[in-house]
Write a protein that binds this ligand. Structure first.
Ligand code: 5GP
Ligand code: MN
Ligand code: MN
Length: 330
């Protein structure tokens, strides 16, 4: 029923109306790729008035600077106040829409495409599949139901989304279905090796030095998380400034940290302002970090989640340890 409602809304409102697409603040590969892939699909249908945007700082991380469809992006401040159709991508909670959350009330209709188990159920029509590896899996289904063919550019957006959210097809949700989708995307002619180099294997020299500083102060707590082990570190705005790096380079920092064999749970605490920190949580399986994040007003998936913390890194970690002991004592 939800699918047919979504298809009907797109068919009725998109052709003559203004369609506003939004993804979450500090967009990652799935947020941008799902949104721009669908935007390009709408454009191929002949839809004329399309805007794509996201809240917060208007900056596309360098790894995504060559993504197809970026010409459809506008700054949040320029986004239509009362679009006919609002479509939201990879957003688990209204809070992740920042100043754009008011569009939910002002748009004629809205559709949410997402895959977070913690999705709060906001918005009009909800296409939320917590078993999907990425929001782009949901996007592919909607494009199919709209009979929009996948061209190479749409496929590239969806491939970036799928490969980032699955950690290059390594994470938990990497099902046969995911590989079938990847095969279909690659068959359009895109170049996986070239895309992967751009997205995962390219970073400024200064970012490597920044990672070196931040990794050097990591701490291992083998007794934490009910004896499963915790490893964590933090990065400040001063670290970024010293190495002249943009905040998004820290998104990749959780990867070396979560590889520590002695810890099931890994945490990176990233300063966003004085006393305010974006916290990334990862689990290897036994601990549900989305429960930890949700308890701290964040969200995410069982094995990858996040929240906003306050105070010092030690304050933030104290709240994480408290939640972990609640989780692991059940
Ligand atoms: P990351 O650590 O890569 O930023 O995020 C991991 C997962 O947690 C993603 O699925 C992301 O959507 C979710 N997440 C991260 N930070 C927050 C947050 O502050 N609030 C919510 N609701 N989800 C978050
Ligand atoms: Mn995301
Ligand atoms: Mn996602």
């Amino acid at each position: 029923a939800e699918w047919s409602a979504a298809v009907r809304m797109v068919r009725e409102l998109a052709p003559g109306g203004r369609v506003l697409l939004i993804c979450h603040v500090n967009p990652d590969g799935d947020a941008l790729g799902s949104m721009l892939g669908f935007a390009l699909g709408l454009r191929s249908l002949g839809v004329a008035d399309i805007q794509a945007t996201f809240p917060g700082e208007f900056e596309v991380p360098a790894p995504f600077a060559a993504m197809p469809g970026l010409d459809l992006l506008v700054a949040a401040g320029e986004a239509w106040a009362d679009p006919d159709l609002l479509i939201i991508f990879d957003v688990a909670a209204e809070s992740r829409l920042g100043a754009l959350a008011d569009r939910l009330d002002r748009a004629r209709e809205s559709i949410v495409l997402d895959h977070h188990a913690s999705n709060t159920g906001f918005g009009g029509v909800q296409l939320v599949d917590p078993h999907a590896a990425a929001t782009s899996v949901v996007v592919e289904q909607l494009l199919d139901r709209l009979d929009i063919p996948l061209d190479r550019e749409i496929a590239e957006c969806l491939y970036i989304a799928l490969s980032t959210d699955t950690g290059s097809f390594r994470f938990d949700m990497t099902t046969p279905r995911v590989h079938e989708m990847a095969a279909r995307l690659i068959a359009t002619g895109l170049r996986p090796a070239e895309i992967s180099r751009r997205i995962f294997d390219s970073r400024p020299f200064g970012a490597m030095k920044l990672f070196a500083d931040v990794l050097a102060r990591a701490e291992l707590e083998p007794e934490a998380a009910g004896g499963l082990g915790l490893v964590w570190t933090y990065a400040t705005l001063d670290d970024l400034a010293r190495h002249e790096q943009r905040p998004y380079v820290l998104d990749a920092l959780i990867d070396p940290v979560r590889c520590v064999a002695e810890a099931d749970v890994s945490v990176v605490v990233k300063q966003v302002a004085e006393g305010e920190w974006a916290v990334s949580l990862r689990s290897k399986g036994a601990v549900d970090v989305s429960a930890v994040a949700v308890a701290l007003r964040g969200g995410g998936h069982r094995l990858a989640a996040g929240f906003t913390g306050y105070g010092t890194p030690s304050d933030v970690m104290a709240t994480v340890r408290d939640q972990l002991s609640l989780q692991t004592s059940i």
